[in-house]
Design a protein around this ligand. Structure first.
Ligand SMILES: Nc1ncnc2c1ncn2[C@@H]1O[C@H](COP(=O)(O)OP(=O)(O)OP(=O)(O)O)[C@@H](O)[C@H]1O
Length: 702
C-alpha cells in the first residue's frame, strides 16, 4: 500500500464504506515502490476515519517452535509492538530453528548442501525446501556451488551470466569480433574442444594482420602453429557456422547450430540430470529473447550484444530470470530472494549469511534523496527518514524469511573472515530469544573449485614486465588483466563520441609535451580543432560542446606548466624480486618554486582508489629511484586538478608487498574475476569471462 493506492481508493470510495484491508506491517518489504507500514497505521484512522480494526493472531503455517522464534523477534521490531506475537495453531512437536556456524565462508555452502540432504532424508523433497537470500548475486553463487555439490536447484539467476548462455554469446561474438576472443569459451565446448596453445595461435594470427571478422574460419590452414587436432576441430566449427558471416541474424545462427548442426539441444533435451534441464530452460529462454529484437541500424549480432550489456547494466533483465511455469514441477531446491518468496511457504527454509555485514545491511545514502519534508509521516531530514525506513525494512525482510518455514528453519553463518579475523554474527540472532539452537559444524568435504576459478597453466619464458597502469588493472580485476595484458584480446571495442573527445585531448597533450616551444593560445585552438576533426567529431552535433570541454581541459593542462621548465621524461624500470614494473611518467616539470614534479596526466576523472592503488605506488617508487627529492603528481584534466601523491612509509611498504604478490600470482597463473553487475557489463571480456581452454599457455613478456 503506497500513497497513490490510498488516493486511488479515496477517489473510488471517498466515504470508505465497504472497504476492507488486510496487511502485515511486519512484512513491509516493498519500500522501493512507496509501500510502508506508516500507510497501514493511518489507513483506518486519518485516511478513512472511524475504520474498525482487528488483529489476526493465529498462525496456521508453522510449528510452534518457529512461530515462537519470529514472534519473539516481532515484538522487538520498529514496526511491531508488544502485541505483535502470534500463536501457533499447529501441535508443538516440531524442531527449534537452528543456527549452524562454520569457520570459513566457503564451508557454508557445504554445510547448506549437507543440511538439504539431511532434510531430504527426513522426508522433505528438494522442491519443498528453499534457500533464501536478500540479493540475486549471492543466490547465483550459492546456486552454482550447490550444483557442484550435487544438489539440484531451481534458479536461473541472471540469464546472461549463466555459463551456457555466455557460451552462446561468445560463439556469436566470434562472427563479429576481428580478434575472435569468443574462441576462449568456444574452445571449452565438448563439441569444439581446442587447446589453449591453438587458441593463442589464432589470436596471434589475427593480431598480425587485419581479417574481416569471422572470415579466418574459412582459412584455418593459413594459421601458423595450430596443431593437426586443432585444425580438425576448427574445420568442424567452420562447417557448423558455414553460410553465416558478421551480417547474420543471431537467432538463425543459434537455432541452426543448436538444433540442426550439432547435438547440443538434443543432449539437453534427453538428459535426466536436473542441472542439464535447467541449462536447457535457460537456452530456450535465451532463444526466445533473441527471436524478437528491436529494429535498428548496424549488425544484428553486434546490436544484440550491445543490448545485453545495456540490460544487465540497468538491471533490466529481471523478466528473463523468471522460470517458465513448466519448470515448477521439477524436484529441485528453490533459490529465491526474500522478496520473491513473499507469500510462499516451504517445509524447510535455509537462510545463509547471518552475519552483521550481510543482515541488517546499511545501504549507502541515495544519490538523489527526496526533498526534506516530502515523505508523508517521516520524521527528521529526508536522509534520516531514508535510513529509518531501511532499518525497518531489514527487520521486515528477516521476519518474512523466517515466517516462510512450515517445519524446519536453518540459519547459517561463517565465523571467520578470509584474513583469519573473526566475523561477527548478525545482531538479529540475539533477538530470537531462547527459540534458537546453535551449533558449529565442520563439513566433511571441501567445496569443489569452479571451472572458471581454476588457475591458468602459464609457462613464462624470462621475466615478467608490465607497465604501472597494467598492474593497477590486475588490482581492480585480475581476470580482466589476463585478457587484456596476457592474451591481448581485451581491448576497448565500441568507442563513443565522448571517448573520441578524450582521444583528441590526449593527442594534443602528447604533442605539447613532445614540442620544445611553448604553445600560443591560437595554436592551442587550431590544434584542438584539428584533433577533434581527426577523431571524426568535426561535424558532430555536439561539436561546439566538445570543443568547449576540450579547451577547458587543455587550458588547465597548460596552466600547470606555466613558468615551469619541461624536462624530457624517462621511463623508469623497477625491479621487484627479479620481475619488472615499467613506469613511464607523462611529463617532468621543474617548477618555479624549484621543486621537480613527475606527473602522470589523464584526460578523465580520478577514480576514488587511484591515488592509493599499486599504480600510484609504482610511480612513487620510480620517483624515489630516478628523481630523488621530486614529487609525484596525478593530473586529471576532467577534474581540473593535480594531486600530489602521498603514501606513508607504511602504506608504501604495504603497496610494494602487494605489487610483489601480484607479480607472484601472475607467474602462478592466478587470475580470479572480480565479479560485479555494475562494472562487468562495461568490460570488453563480459561475454567470454569464465573458463579457459585446457593445456599450457606459453608467454614471453620482457
Ligand atoms: N483457517 C485455517 N485453517 C487451517 N489452515 C489455514 C487456515 N488459514 C490459513 N491456513 C494455512 O496457513 C498457511 C498460511 O496461509 P496464507 O498463505 O493464507 O497466509 P498469509 O497471511 O497470506 O501468509 P503470509 O502473509 O505470511 O505469506 C497456508 O498453508 C494455509 O493453508
Amino acid at each position: 500500500m503506497n500513497r497513490s493506492s490510498v488516493r486511488l481508493l479515496h477517489a473510488l470510495r471517498p466515504d470508505g464504506r465497504n472497504l476492507w484491508m488486510v496487511g502485515d506491517a511486519k512484512q513491509s518489504i516493498y519500500r522501493f515502490r512507496g509501500a510502508s507500514s506508516f500507510n497501514m497505521a493511518r489507513f483506518g484512522k486519518e485516511d478513512f476515519a472511524n475504520g474498525k480494526r482487528g488483529r489476526l493472531k493465529r498462525n496456521y503455517r508453522s510449528v510452534p517452535e518457529i512461530v515462537e522464534s519470529f514472534s519473539s523477534f516481532a515484538t522487538t521490531m520498529c514496526s511491531g509492538d508488544a502485541d505483535s506475537g502470534l500463536e501457533a495453531h499447529r501441535d508443538g512437536k516440531g524442531q527449534k530453528p537452528e543456527l549452524r556456524t562454520v569457520q570459513r565462508a566457503e564451508q557454508q555452502q557445504v554445510a547448506l548442501a549437507d543440511a538439504i540432504e539431511q532434510l531430504r532424508s527426513e522426508g522433505f523433497a528438494y522442491r519443498d525446501q528453499a534457500v533464501l537470500c536478500t540479493g540475486n548475486e549471492k543466490l547465483s553463487t550459492i546456486g552454482q556451488d550447490l550444483e557442484r555439490l550435487g544438489v539440484p536447484v531451481l534458479f536461473l539467476g541472471s540469464l546472461f551470466e549463466r555459463a551456457e548462455v555466455k557460451d552462446l554469446l561468445a560463439l556469436l561474438s566470434v562472427l563479429v569480433d576481428r580478434r575472435a576472443m569468443g574462441m576462449l569459451r568456444v574452445a571449452c565446448w565438448p563439441d569444439f574442444t581446442t587447446s589453449f596453445s591453438d587458441v593463442a595461435a589464432i589470436f596471434e594470427h589475427l593480431r598480425a594482420a587485419e581479417h574481416p571478422s569471422g572470415s579466418w574460419l574459412q582459412h584455418v590452414d593459413a594459421i601458423p602453429s595450430v596443431s593437426d587436432t586443432g585444425r580438425q576441430t576448427l574445420s568442424k566449427l567452420a562447417i557448423a557456422l558455414s553460410g553465416f558471416d558478421q551480417t547474420a541474424s543471431p537467432w538463425t545462427v543459434l537455432a541452426t547450430l543448436l538444433l540442426d548442426r550439432t547435438r547440443i539441444a538434443a543432449r539437453f533435451g534427453v538428459s535426466e540430470d536436473l542441472a542439464d534441464r535447467t541449462r536447457g530452460i535457460a537456452i530456450w529462454q535465451f532463444l526466445n529473447f533473441m527471436r524478437v529484437q528491436p529494429a535498428g541500424r548496424g549488425l544484428p549480432i553486434t546490436r544484440m550484444l550491445d543490448r545485453v550489456r545495456r540490460l544487465v547494466r540497468l538491471g533490466d533483465d529481471r523478466d528473463l530470470r523468471q522460470l517458465p511455469a513448466a519448470a515448477q514441477h521439477l524436484d529441485a531446491v528453490r533459490l529465491m530472494t526474500i522478496h520473491g518468496a513473499k507469500g510462499l511457504e516451504f517445509g524447510g527454509v535455509h537462510m545463509p549469511g547471518l552475519n552483521s555485514d550481510t543482515i541488517p545491511r546499511t545501504p549507502p545514502a541515495p544519490p538523489c534523496p527526496a526533498p526534506d519534508g516530502m515523505i508523508a509521516g517521516a520524521e527528521g531530514s529526508a536522509l534520516e527518514a531514508y535510513r529509518a525506513g531501511q532499518a525497518e525494512e531489514q527487520e521486515c525482510l528477516f521476519y518474512v524469511a523466517q515466517s516462510r518455514a512450515r517445519d524446519r528453519l536453518i540459519l547459517y553463518a561463517p565465523t571467520e573472515k578470509s584474513n583469519g579475523h573473526s566475523r561477527p554474527l548478525s545482531p538479529f540472532l540475539d533477538r530470537l530469544g531462547s527459540a534458537l539452537t546453535r551449533r558449529s559444524v565442520v563439513p566433511a568435504r571441501p567445496l569443489p573449485v569452479a571451472a572458471e576459478a581454476r588457475g591458468v597453466e602459464l609457462v613464462i619464458d624470462g621475466r615478467l614486465r608490465f607497465g604501472a597502469p597494467q598492474i593497477a588493472l590486475y588490482e581492480s580485476c585480475p581476470r580482466r588483466f589476463f585478457y587484456t595484458h596476457v592474451l591481448h584480446v581485451g581491448g576497448r571495442r565500441t568507442t563513443t563520441a565522448f571517448m573520441h573527445l578524450h582521444e583528441a585531448v590526449r593527442s594534443v597533450v602528447e604533442a605539447v609535451i613532445a614540442s620544445d616551444v611553448p604553445v600560443t593560445e591560437q595554436e592551442l585552438t587550431d590544434r584542438t580543432d584539428t584533433a577533434l576533426a581527426d577523431e571524426g567529431l568535426g561535424e558532430h552535433g555536439y561539436r561546439a560542446e566538445f570543443r568547449d570541454l576540450a579547451s577547458a581541459m587543455l587550458r588547465f593542462f597548460l596552466s600547470g606548466r606555466a613558468g615551469a621548465i619541461a624536462e624530457a621524461p624517462v621511463a623508469v624500470s623497477i625491479n621487484l624480486g627479479g620481475e619488472e614494473i615499467l613506469v613511464e611518467p607523462d611529463e617532468v616539470l621543474m617548477r618555479p618554486d624549484g621543486i621537480r614534479a613527475v606527473r602522470r596526466v589523464r584526460t578523465g576523472h580520478m577514480r576514488s582508489a587511484e591515488s592509493k592503488d599499486v599504480g600510484a605506488a609504482a610511480l612513487i617508487l620510480a620517483v624515489k629511484q630516478a628523481y630523488p627529492g621530486a614529487v609525484a603528481e596525478l593530473v586529471h584534466l576532467s577534474d581540473g586538478e593535480a594531486s600530489e601523491l602521498s603514501l606513508s612509509d607504511r602504506e608504501l611498504k604495504g603497496r610494494t608487498d602487494k605489487l610483489s604478490k601480484f607479480l607472484g600470482d601472475i607467474r602462478a597463473g592466478r587470475f580470479p574475476a572480480e565479479v560485479s553487475s555494475r562494472t562487468c557489463p562495461n568490460c570488453p571480456a563480459f561475454f567470454i569471462c569464465g573458463p579457459t581452454p585446457d593445456g599450457p599457455l606459453q608467454k614471453k613478456f620482457a
